[in-house]
Design a protein around this ligand. Structure first.
Ligand SMILES: [Zn+2]
Length: 136
């Protein structure tokens, strides 16, 4: 144990009692903890114990993945756009040099931050906010 701390036995023995006790306690805790699951080895190495599966769900990540998939499906055929997402092409051209994923990161928020940009449903939706001086 002294070696794992980078000390000689003599150096370890010279540590104040409290510090030495703390190191020993931590060493014993590490030795009793499973390196695989982090539980006490006495528990997880017991073959008579049953272990039940569970899952945790991040609904924000789930929603993000769904929006991402919808966006990709919406632009599955024509994946190249004009830079402001209002015109799409099946091939990369001078007018459509940008791939649908270039520079795009799809996130989720608790409110609609860009209500004008319905990019997962409207193929030609633009991320550029409408000019407040212009009426529809
Ligand atoms: Zn374990």
């Amino acid at each position: 144990m002294a070696r794992s701390l980078g000390m000689s036995l003599r150096e370890f023995d010279r540590l104040p009692d409290l510090e030495r006790s703390l190191w020993i306690a931590e060493y014993e805790r590490e030795q009793a903890t499973c390196g695989e699951c982090g539980r006490p080895i006495a528990e997880c190495s017991d073959p008579e114990r049953e272990w039940y599966p569970f899952r945790t769900v991040c609904f924000a990540t789930q929603a993000q993945a769904a929006h991402q998939a919808r966006y990709e499906r919406l632009h599955e055929k024509a994946q190249w756009h004009n830079g402001i997402f209002t015109s799409w092409s099946e091939r990369q051209t001078d007018e459509h040099p940008f791939h649908r994923d270039a520079g795009v990161r799809i996130g989720v928020a608790e409110r609609d931050l860009h209500p004008w940009d319905d990019f997962t449903r409207e193929p030609d939706a633009s991320p550029i906010p409408p000019d407040p001086d212009e009426e529809d």
